[in-house]
Design a protein around this ligand. Sequence first.
Ligand code: HEM
Length: 462
Amino acid sequence: MILGFGPIVTPKTIVKHGVENCKKLGQNFINFVGPFPQYVTGDPDIVKDILMSKLCIHKDYLTYGGLRHALGEGLLTIQGKDWQHLRKQMDPGFKFSKVLGFLPVFNRRMSGFFEELDGCHAMKDSYRILTFCREYTIGITCETMLGLDLDKSTIDIKHYANFIASMMEYISDVTFTVYYQSKFILKLADLTIYKQHRKELQFLRSVINDAFTYHSTKSGTLPEYVNTVEHIVARHVIEAKENNKIDADLALSNTMHLFGAAFETTSSTLYFAILMLALYPEYQEKAYAEILQMFPENDSGGFEITYNHISQLTYLDMFIKETLRVFPTVPLFSRRVIGGDLRLSNGVVIPEGQEVVINTFNLHRNKDVWGPQADTFNPDNFLPTNAEKRHPYAFVPFAKGLRFCIGLRYAELTQRVAIAKIIKRYKFSTTAKIEDLELQNHISMQLGKYPPITVERRAFPK
Ligand code: HEM
């Protein structure tokens, strides 16, 4: 193993620096954030050692302090035993059978996305598509988590999505700015440059609080609250609160975590999938052919997708996995070793208290695993014959092991419903090239510039 020292990074440079360090130093190296060392890995054996170890269920303040500062404590940041307790309270809300109950919402809310995208044709800057993906995501999140139908409420979905996007940008700023490690400077920044962000956060909290109040008191029948969505996630939070399993502050801040986690990741994945359709016409046509065969009617994406359909859309599944491989929406995440020293399978001993970082971006493009074409987008990487030979920790877009993403099933179903419908209705093209994309990490993967994309409504084949 080779060790080296990396420079201080920013959201704009972090992905690039990770790649450069990996080229110079190999898949395991030591990076410094200011004076703080991090052991960084993109090696599947080491990723497995970390994600399977009971010593690695803690989160490091350095990486997660921004999230905790903005949102309070919640599943994404909470430590050790408290995490085990909270996860146990939240797991039932994300059981597969429950999440399946959300499929009608995932289907229905695509009509808003269609209305927006129908008005677009040649876009010089495809950031607008990302905003439509965000609005779709926030619509389903509010309905399935809070039972709140934004279309029937006085809240403007565009403003709401913007608030959450700016909340994530605030978290990213706080996370990546080393001098915000000083509480005094951070407080000063909150009172000045982030004053508006703090106000918006208050508004987001109040929306969640109102939903809690409505669902606990069941007072009146407010039209914006839908009771057709069974087992919305908030019910589990409210129940845990009522049974004194979690306190009121944690219930609220944890729901903010669920919102943040669902919002950025889901909308970015949808955006990147659309960009890949545009970049690779032959894969786009293959995915279209599969969907057309399953839904031959001239319905422009108006069909209802069930789980039965999803399980048969195998090319779509490969396409989405490949999108998450090449553009993992969480390109880095980390753990702090607590409870003893961690002995890795390469013989390195990580001392207690040390931060370890999974560089998912490097892992997903690791040539030892994915071959010389690791940087090339090719859904065939996920053909069963290719996937079954591969290291089980070579692909971890949702993390894996003890502290994997609680929203995994939720995200998988959303993406498949949304992208299948989009492929049936539109054809995308672009003049951009994959190698020209400027990748940044603002907590989730984003682009420096959003390339041009042309959108055409598909004509129904005769
Ligand atoms: C494409 C979609 C998604 C991706 C790629 C993704 C990825 C991830 C990753 C890599 C982690 C581990 C992060 C870490 O340890 O710091 C994580 C954790 C988490 N995710 Fe997701 N996620 C997605 C969607 C969602 C959704 C839809 C929700 C909620 C509905 C969600 C809620 C969470 C929560 C609460 C955690 C923390 C879990 C814990 O520590 O127990 N995620 N996700």
